[in-house]
Design a protein around this ligand. Structure first.
Ligand SMILES: Cc1cc2nc3c(=O)[nH]c(=O)nc-3n(C[C@H](O)[C@H](O)[C@H](O)COP(=O)(O)O)c2cc1C
Length: 337
């Protein structure tokens, strides 16, 4: 497999729902939902790309960091590097069946495993969407992180049980999906969560609980106070609210509020190993990768997902050498200009 063929296959398969652009930046697909674009004007997606592009790396080569160690321990599980597959679901609906939910779930779960990391799985307007991820994890005997929509608490607790039965490593709630109207239209209402509701969810399980979609430091602080294991600084790939800032813009203030009290993960617009390095330098403990893995799965199934993840890890290693970081602990905002 090579990147040219993988991308050509993906372009063929996903047309017209994703053009597999040279740079996956949300411009041509702005507002395309269903599809893989950002909501409305598309600026939330584009702001993710722009916020990362604003940071520059200091090139340093007079040192002895020639074989950087990228191994990362996520909840006592060691993975190849601090990157995991972002939860993505209802891909069948978004691509009009060009990539089915089952094919996607199998590809991302197995491809992540092949690359030495973990897949997060998602939840959508039809209960089969959540189940597709759970089935893929169970069938392949792989531990993952199922992320549940901010449904009524009663349903969340029931979904957590299913994640527990599937041997999940942790669970998440994508709290930023609180306003998704097509969930309500399908009889699966979602809503914002208050402190008491969050505590009920977190106390209902022995699994670590992540809140995904935190974009302000006050809400990160609340997540830590209610006992979340971590947060994902995310605007859902720009798909839930128009005109949000890029995640790399808000990450430093959020990390300075809660780092050390809980894990801080981030996603949105990460397209290269250098982008991963920037997110870590801005305060993330680890990152999640979204759309590039959809392209990997569409272009080459599980192998395609593994190919993209391996490519990101190799790029990250090269970027660590060229910024003088021999270990993850050595990555700080000093590598940023
Ligand atoms: C088609 C699509 C479906 C998604 N489904 C979910 C989901 O079910 N749950 C969730 O938490 N996030 C979902 N996301 C958001 C991703 O988890 C992630 O936050 C985002 O894709 C990261 O940005 P990137 O695609 O630019 O890397 C989805 C994103 C896309 C593009």
């Amino acid at each position: 497999m090579d990147i040219k063929h993988l991308r050509a296959n993906a372009r063929e398969r996903l047309r017209p729902y994703c053009r597999v652009c040279r740079e996956c930046n949300g411009k041509l697909c702005a507002g395309e939902m269903p599809g893989l674009g950002g909501t409305g004007s598309g600026f939330s997606f584009m702001n993710n790309i722009a916020a990362l592009a604003e940071h520059k790396l200091n090139l340093r080569t007079l040192h002895d960091a020639d074989s950087p160690d990228t191994l990362y321990t996520f909840l006592e599980k060691t993975i190849v590097a601090p990157l995991m597959a972002a939860p993505i679901t209802a891909i069948g609906m978004q691509t009009n069946g060009r990539l089915s939910d089952k094919d996607w779930a199998d590809a991302v779960v197995l491809g992540s495993q092949q690359a030495g990391t973990i897949a997060w799985t998602g939840d959508g307007p039809d209960p089969v969407h959540f189940q597709a991820g759970i089935e893929a994890l169970k069938k392949n005997g792989v531990q993952g992180v199922p992320v549940i929509k901010p449904r009524e608490n009663k349903s969340i607790l029931e979904y957590i049980k299913r994640a527990e039965e599937a041997g999940a490593l942790a669970v998440g709630i994508d709290v930023d999906a609180a306003g998704i109207i097509n969930m309500k239209a399908k009889g699966q209402p979602v809503s914002p969560k208050n402190e008491e509701q969050l505590r009920e969810i977190i106390e209902s399980t022995s699994l670590p609980v992540f809140l995904k979609g935190i974009m302000t430091s006050d809400e990160a602080d609340l997540a830590a106070k209610v006992g979340a294991a971590g947060i994902v600084v995310s605007n859902h790939g720009g798909r839930v609210l128009d005109h949000t800032p890029g995640t790399a813009e808000v990450l430093p203030e959020i990390a300075s509020e809660v780092s050390g009290r809980m894990l801080v993960l981030a996603d949105g617009g990460i397209r290269s190993g250098a982008d991963i390095l920037k997110m870590l330098a801005l305060g993330a403990d680890a990152v999640l990768i979204g759309r590039p893995l959809i392209i990997g799965a569409a272009g080459g199934g599980a192998e395609g997902v593994a190919f993209i993840l391996n490519k990101l890890v190799n790029e990250m290693k090269a970027a660590m050498i060229l910024t003088g970081c021999s270990s993850l602990a050595g990555i700080s905002n000093e590598i940023l200009r």
